[in-house]
Every structure is written in structure tokens, then in C-alpha cells.
Ligand binder design. Structure first.
Ligand code: F6R
Length: 362
């Protein structure tokens, strides 16, 4: 049941602190400075790994983009992310040394199943990262890792995005530790940040009234642009996708540095620019890009952790700084923003037109 909420989507947004605690439960070992995941790779496998490929669609693809940066930083292994429907496997001479990870909330997405089947068939080692026990993807892969977000009913993915990134962050720590590329002290700092994540998300949820005010101010906009750098980039893409899906408004996510390479031509006083201005997202440079949009009269909404001065913004939304995970917390503001823009317009939030919760055709 919706537990007093008007929509499953809003309920699921608010469930994130609980969902994230479940995702993390028993998987953090601060003392050893390691993650403790219930997946066992063959002896020596992670040490000899040459490449990681993540395959996914939609929101899961954006979660994978976020995670790929963590995998590369912590595990020092080449990591690529591919849209499942575009994927072809090339594992070189020793395909087994490539770990292909299917990231899929439902575990039933046909494009993702097709991709992982191609990878497995060509000899890669395969892993499923999913929310759904017993789903099809778990039968296609050697191992499965559950994100434990609990059932998600709203068609728009919300809590599962946060739990996917978090699960993959734990995996990145574990692989980094095994490969000796992540020192125990650095791992501890990451794990502490993960431990702080549910609380930081709760702080954002407590600010929902400010998001509603912002939504009321900008609900009649022509289009919405989301910009971010580094970990803020996939968050910008995901923010725009949520708005498209449930509000049916035009929204685009850009790498902040790309604004001036074209999209700036679309910017007017009727196109609010939403940005990630936190640790892990090059806030200073991003703010410069936002200022360029403001010069063309665009209203600016920014999520800040206080790293840069944000007095010039039309609306500044605050998050706690928790290292690499800060942009993930910023995303919660974008979820709430999309929800309220859609709700003010009376949209069918839990079942947007033309969309299905799991897409079982290629
Ligand atoms: C967006 C959304 C979709 C899914 C995509 C993949 O809100 O829900 O973009 O993320 O269809 O679904 P899964 O993760 O089930 O493979």
C-alpha cells in the first residue's frame, strides 16, 4: 500500500534512507577497511581482471555511469559502460578476464538480458546486479548481487538508482582492496561516507517544502536543463530523465562543460538550469558554466555542499558533503523536483503514458 502517500513514487523517494540501510546492512567492515559482499569470485580472479564492462538501460545505465568512475578510481581497472541495446562483446584474446556486469532493477529487461547473453556466450565472466531475487538475469549470469532496495512500484525508478550506485560502490571497494589498488585507510573513508549516506539523504527529504516552492516557481518553464561534471554528470542525465518521464516536459542533461559547445543556444529566461555544485562534481567550473547560462537570463537552481559560493543562484539547495557520494545525495533533490513539477500539472505519476515498469521487448 501507499502508506499515506499520494503516489508510490513519492513513497519510494522517501523510503531511500531505509532502502540504503538495507543495501549496506552487514556489508561494511570498517575495521578491515573492506566491503563484505555475498558474491565469491574464483580465487585470484579479481586480481587478474583486465576489464569491467557494465551493460544497462535507462536509469540503470546512469547508475552504471556513476559506478564506472568509482570502479576505475578504486580498482584501477579499465571500465566501460554501454547501453545494452547497443552492446557487442569484444573481450580480446582472453574473454574470461573481462567481467561483464548487467545492471537491472527488474532483472527482466530484454535488452539487458540479450547483452549479457552475448557476453556470456563469448566467454566473459558475468555478474547480475539486480533488485529482484529469482529474476531472469540471475539465471543468465555466474553470480548475482542484490541491491536490496525493496519492491519498487512506481514506473519511474528512484530508490533503486541510489541502491544500485551504493551496491556498485561496495563492489568497487572490494575489487580495489583485492587488487591492492585501494589502501585500507582510503577504503575506510569511502565506507564512512557510505555509512553517512542514509542520513544525508534524510536531510534532503526534510527540505522537501523548499523543493515544492521551487517547483511552483518554475512549473511553467519551456524546458529544463540539468548540468553536472564528473559524478554530477550521470546525476544530471538522470534528473532530466525523471522529469521527461513523469512531467512530460522537455528536459535534457548535459556535461556542464558542453553547454557552451551548443546547447547554450537553447537557453532563455524560460529554461531553468539545474546543477550539481558539490564535491565530486567540480563545483567551481560548473558554477562558471551556470553563470554563462544566467547571463542569457536562465534561472539557476543549484545543489550545493558549501564548497563554492552560491549567492548568485536563484535557488540553492543544500546537501552534506560525503565525498564521492555527495552527487548521489544531490540526485534526491532532482527526484523531488521532477515529482512536484509533475504533481502540480496533475500527471499520472506512477504510470506515465507510454511507459512500462519492465521492458521485455528488444
Ligand atoms: C526510468 C526507468 C527506466 C529503467 C530501464 C531499465 O525511470 O525506470 O529507464 O531504468 O527500463 O530497467 P531495469 O533496471 O529494470 O533493467
Amino acid at each position: 500500500e501507499k502508506g499515506g502517500y499520494e503516489h508510490y513514487m513519492r513513497k519510494e523517494i522517501h523510503e531511500q534512507p531505509v532502502a540504503l540501510r538495507q543495501t549496506l546492512s552487514g556489508r561494511i567492515d570498517i575495521e578491515r577497511g573492506d566491503a563484505d559482499l555475498d558474491v565469491s569470485f574464483p580465487q585470484g580472479y579479481l586480481e587478474s581482471l583486465e576489464e569491467i564492462q557494465l551493460v544497462a538501460c535507462g536509469t540503470s545505465y546512469y547508475a552504471s555511469l556513476y559506478a564506472a568512475r568509482l570502479l576505475e578510481q578504486f580498482a584501477d581497472v579499465r571500465t566501460t559502460v554501454e547501453i545494452a541495446s547497443e552492446y557487442t562483446f569484444d573481450g580480446g584474446r582472453d574473454p574470461w578476464r573481462t567481467l561483464v556486469i548487467a545492471v537491472t532493477q527488474s532483472g527482466e529487461t530484454a535488452d539487458t538480458l540479450g547483452a549479457i547473453r552475448r557476453a556470456g556466450g563469448a566467454g566473459a565472466r558475468t555478474l547480475a546486479v539486480t533488485n529482484t531475487l529469482g529474476s531472469s538475469v540471475t539465471r543468465e549470469t555466474e553470480d548475482s548481487l542484490f541491491i536490496r532496495a525493496g519492491p519498487e512500484i512506481g514506473v519511474a525508478a528512484t530508490k533503486t538508482f541510489a541502491s544500485q550506485v551504493t551496491t556498485l560502490a561496495l563492489l568497487a571497494v572490494e575489487i580495489g582492496r583485492k587488487r591492492g589498488t585501494l589502501a585500507a585507510t582510503d577504503a575506510r573513508a569511502v565506507l564512512e561516507n557510505l555509512r553517512e549516506l542514509p542520513g544525508a539523504v534524510q536531510q534532503v527529504l526534510d527540505e522537501e517544502a523548499r523543493v515544492l516552492e521551487g517547483a511552483e516557481r518554475f512549473v511553467d518553464a519551456d524546458a529544463f536543463f540539468f548540468v553536472g561534471r564528473q559524478f554530477g554528470y550521470p546525476v544530471a542525465l538522470e534528473g532530466a530523465l525523471k522529469l521527461k518521464e513523469i512531467a512530460y516536459d522537455h528536459a535534457e542533461g548535459f556535461a556542464a562543460g558542453e553547454l557552451k559547445h551548443g546547447p547554450l543556444a537553447l537557453v532563455t529566461g524560460e529554461t531553468p538550469v539545474l546543477s550539481v555544485l558539490t564535491e565530486g562534481a567540480r563545483p567551481g567550473e560548473t558554477l562558471n558554466n551556470v553563470t554563462e547560462a544566467q547571463t542569457r537570463a536562465a534561472p539557476a537552481i543549484g545543489v550545493t555542499d558549501g564548497t563554492v559560493e552560491t549567492d548568485s543562484l536563484d535557488l540553492a539547495l543544500e546537501v552534506s558533503e560525503i565525498g564521492h557520494m555527495t552527487p548521489l545525495v544531490a540526485n534526491i533533490y532532482f527526484q523531488l523536483f521532477a515529482y512536484h513539477i509533475a504533481d502540480l500539472q496533475g500527471r499520472s505519476i506512477d504510470k506515465p503514458r507510454n511507459l512500462a515498469k519492465s521492458v521485455t521487448v528488444e
